[in-house]
Design a protein around this ligand. Structure first.
Ligand code: COA
Length: 145
């Protein structure tokens, strides 16, 4: 498994994964396309296994604060440890002394398991955050040596 920065030629696979991983995808084609602009402060990371794109992670950096905006693994590759490995790899490449924040649906037990396994902590709740009325947990990971 490798992780690399996304390139414009990955766009089609990224759109497909966003559509098949989520019941109600939030990121549409134009939002995803913008990520590949050189001046974007959002970065998309791609996971490949045997040259097949199986997942992606989107982050936004502001100095030492990083927001993890999206993580998705192709439906047919889920539950094989790839999502956990991807986040773990991402945490290993971010700078020391940075802090990662994310929002995750309260009932997204699989994603929450990945994050808690990797030492993300629940720090707050946003009530009725999602369109379906569900709450979001805000989680934080501190990479301090
Ligand atoms: C969330 C997502 C990225 C996980 O990727 P994945 O590769 O399937 O996850 P992994 O196989 O690495 O890890 C799954 C973990 O959840 C656990 N798990 C599986 N089903 C579970 C359940 N019903 N309840 C709780 N934990 C569960 C697994 O045991 C595993 O934990 P472990 O490593 O401690 O055994 C993937 O399901 C996905 O793309 N979902 C749709 C998009 C999404 O929700 N993204 C997260 C946005 S915050």
């Amino acid at each position: 498994m490798i992780i690399r920065k996304g390139q414009i030629f990955d766009l089609k696979s990224v759109i497909n994964i966003e559509k098949n991983a989520y019941d109600k995808p939030y990121w549409n084609e134009s939002m995803l396309k913008r990520l590949f602009n050189k001046d974007s402060n959002e970065i998309i990371w791609i996971t490949e296994i045997k040259q097949q794109i199986v997942g992606f992670l989107i982050e936004q950096r502001c100095d030492d604060e990083i927001n993890l905006l999206n993580l998705a693994i192709d439906k047919s590759f889920q539950n094989r440890g790839i999502g956990g490995e991807m986040v773990s790899c991402f945490l290993s490449i971010i700078p020391n002394n940075s802090c990662v924040f994310l929002e995750v649906k309260k009932n997204n037990f699989i994603a929450r398991k990945i994050y808690s396994n990797l030492n993300f902590k629940d720090i707050d709740i946003r009530k009725n955050y999602y369109n379906d009325g569900s709450d979001a947990f805000i989680m934080q990971y501190k990479k301090y040596l």
